[in-house]
Design a protein around this ligand. Structure first.
Ligand code: HDE
Length: 704
């Protein structure tokens, strides 16, 4: 036994004597030290076997720890250095591995190898993120979501570092530090965390009219997605595809979720953040681990210079999009996520995305935001990962052969042998460039004075903001007004609130009035001065709405089922079978996590107890208590909130007869509507699951 002092805990695992050790051949052929049986012996990082990991080395029973304790020093030293700087933006993220599958050859447009052959599969890693919050912040912040895709192509890594919103706040990368400083916690107080609802952010926005289109998106339901699986992704900028004849076609990239789009409501988001701050990452983990692999289709909007010249807006302006109604996106492949990382740090944290990673056949446009990003992403990796050799990390290394003469540096792990480390050389060795296969930039002709200027063609900041707003369904429009009201209610400086309303007047008078009245602004301000006097009245584009293109199915969603002792086993069985058939999920919520006994005597295993499984964690709920259990249920405040919240968040509620008194308790007995559905027997379950495809009962929102 290891020696213990009278005041320390007894060591239990330090009893392996050095004499028990034997040496064993590991998988890699190297020698591993093993203790008795097959348990490997704990070693230091230098490989030295450790005798006692419970007690530091000290003089006597209660004396000082000695400097000589190299095991203690190494262990604490390494622990002290475990953290690397978090990303300056997009710090909180979650990733998964998968593959991209090409539908058909796109050789007419691009010579990129990934698009040459139908059915070609390319390994991929995707990281989703929020932007403003720190690494440890909550998943359901109102924020843009990052949607960064690394494709390990046969011609090197191609990173499409996109977002779930197709436009951005600013037009020129030089403004990026300002917008980000403004949204991050204020520098004197250090709060608020992961929130845009504060003076600095809205002050900057109120002084930056080019943000108005993006603000409409960020105040919409897009900024509180139900999960990563139900989000679109966008490359945002105009890129180029370049074919073998060096002809260029402009391209915009869109990822379309197979399960359709879905968001939560704000009151729900706030509660999810408390109930499960990891709601989005848990959802991705559960989906991939259970074999329900999330999938997106890659669609491209392809256009030529003539289209660009005739389009209402500048295709280099990242605050504008090309509506799908104007230019139809073409499906070109699909992305499937089928494997979670083995090690979060090694993969998700250390993955380094860079907009400048493009293969031959993909090229940049002159979008000033993209041009700036092409500097920033390399620069930031050095700071974050600490060495120019971050490409040596397995997650960042290309999966195709690579040969270059870059060498040495901190933590160099690929160290070529031999004499040749330059070219040309006389030794007839080493890689050489290939004019045919190598990356050739599109030979665009550029001329003009060197100047700091914003092109006139970037000047219309309101037309597309309005187009987005009028393209939303009434509930979505209401959510935008409510979000603006909430955010601005947290702004303490009245003039900032008024300035935002003055911008809203240039977008939609009804919206401006609704927000102005809700904020209690007594005299409406004048509309903000606009760089271009006339806003274009663009047609509504339903593709910009989430609800207008609802999936009408419950696949991939989750039902929360409340059971008690005595729950009708037949109804439960029919319900869960119908859900499985729909490829939907469910969780069982019981008064005790140990489960409940069904009417037929079988044990119903529980996933949550009522207090731990609030209804905000589910897309819809079913209440299947027995008569006998009702007295206790009615006394439980968590049960009351479960039902009241499900109702307020416009969710479908299925129930069996004995559950009825809960509606009284939750204060909704007078508001029962078509979304509150009685399950009288097993046969109702199938119909109920079909109905769940509508996802929410929006008509209830004004009442709730
Ligand atoms: Fe980023 N952005 N960004 N960004 N961005 C970073 O790079 C930057 C922008 C996006 O999961 C940083 O590795 C500038 C637009 C995603 O690892 C940094 C500008 C879009 C991620 C950086 C922008 C994005 C980042 C921080 C203004 C959507 C997370 C950590 C020109 C198209 C990637 C890092 C991941 C990350 C700079 C604007 C998406 C500092 C200068 C527009 C998804 O390099």
């Amino acid at each position: 036994m290891a020696k213990t002092s009278g005041r320390s805990d007894k060591a239990s695992t330090a009893s392996i004597s050095i004499h028990d050790q034997k040496l064993r051949k590991g998988n890699g052929g190297e020698l591993h030290q093993v203790a008795a049986g097959d348990t490997p012996i704990l070693t230091t990082a230098q490989g030295g076997p450790v005798s006692d990991d419970q007690n530091s080395l000290r003089i006597g029973d209660r004396g000082p720890t000695v400097m000589e304790d190299f095991h203690f020093r190494e262990k604490i030293f390494h622990f002290d250095h475990e953290r690397i700087p978090e990303r300056v933006v997009h710090a909180r993220g979650y990733g998964a591995h998968g593959y991209f599958e090409t539908y058909d050859s796109l050789a007419d447009y691009t010579r990129a190898d990934i698009f040459q052959r139908a059915g070609e599969k390319t390994p991929a890693f995707v990281r989703f993120s929020t932007v403003a919050g720190s690494k440890g912040s909550v998943d359901l912040a109102r924020d843009v979501r990052g949607f960064a895709v690394k494709l390990y192509t046969k011609e090197g890594n191609w990173d499409i570092v996109g977002n779930n919103i197709p436009v951005f706040f600013i037009q020129d990368a030089i403004k990026f530090p300002d917008i980000i400083h403004s949204v991050k916690p204020e520098p004197d107080s250090g709060f608020p965390q992961a929130q845009s609802a504060h003076d600095n952010f809205w002050d900057f926005i109120s002084l930056t009219p080019e943000s108005m289109h993006m603000i409409m998106w960020v105040m919409s339901d897009r900024a509180i997605p139900r999960s990563f699986r139900f989000m679109e992704g966008f490359g945002v900028h105009t890129f180029r595809m370049v074919n073998a004849k060096d002809e260029s076609t402009f391209v915009k990239f869109h990822w379309k979720p197979k399960l359709g789009l879905q968001s939560v409501v704000w009151n729900e988001a706030v509660k999810i953040n408390g109930a499960d701050p990891d709601f989005h990452r848990r959802d991705l983990w559960d989906a991939v681990k259970s074999g329900n692999f999330p999938e997106w289709e890659l669609q491209v909007q392809l256009f030529d210079q003539d289209f660009a010249d005739s389009f209402d807006f500048d295709i280099l302006d990242a605050t504008k999009l090309i509506p799908e109604e104007v230019l139809r996106p073409i499906p070109v492949g699909r992305l499937v996520l089928d494997r979670m990382p083995d090690n979060f740090f090694a993969e998700t944290e250390q993955v380094a995305f860079m907009t400048q990673n493009v293969p031959p056949g993909i090229d940049f446009s002159n979008d000033p935001l993209l041009q700036g990003r092409n500097f920033s992403y390399l620069d930031t990796q050095i700071k974050r990962l600490g060495s120019t050799n971050f490409t040596h990390l397995p997650i960042n290394a290309p999966k195709c052969p690579f040969n270059h003469f870059q060498q040495d540096g901190h933590m160099a792990m690929r160290n070529p042998v031999g004499r040749v480390n330059y070219q040309p050389n006389s030794w007839g060795e080493g890689p050489r460039e290939s004019p045919e296969r190598g990356f050739r930039s599109f030979a665009d002709v550029e001329e003009g004075p060197k100047q700091r200027i914003r092109a006139e063609s970037f000047a219309d900041h309101y037309s597309q903001a309005r187009q987005f707003f009028i393209s939303q369904t009434p509930p979505e429009q209401h959510h935008i007004a409510a979000a603006l009201t909430f955010e601005l209610s947290k702004v303490k400086t009245p003039v900032i609130r008024e300035r935002i309303v003055s911008h809203l007047l240039n977008i939609d008078k009804g919206l401006a009035n609704e927000v102005g009245i809700a904020l209690g602004i007594r005299a409406m301000p004048k509309p903000a001065d606009a760089a271009v006097a006339t806003r274009q009245d663009l047609d509504a584009a339903p593709s910009l709405s989430i609800l207008a293109k609802g999936p009408e199915r419950f696949e991939g969603r989750k039902l929360g089922i409340v059971v008690t002792d005595g729950t009708d086993a037949a109804i439960l069985k029919a319900l869960t079978a119908a859900l499985v058939k729909e490829r939907a999920n469910f969780e069982i919520i019981a008064p005790k996590v140990g489960g409940a006994k069904a009417s037929d005597g079988s044990l119903i295993e529980a996933d949550q107890m009522i207090g731990g499984g609030p209804s905000v964690l589910y897309d819809a709920v079913a209440l299947l208590p027995s008569e006998n259990a009702m007295a206790d249920l009615l006394k439980d405040p968590a049960m009351r909130d479960f039902v009241a919240d499900a109702y307020a968040h416009c969710k479908f509620i299925g129930y069996v007869g004995p559950a009825k008194p809960i509606f009284e308790k939750a204060g909704i007995a007078d508001g029962l509507d078509e979304g509150i559905i009685e399950l009288s027997g097993a046969k109702d379950a199938v119909q109920f699951v079909k109905t769940l495809g509508s996802l929410r009962v929006w008509s209830r929102e004004s009442k709730a």
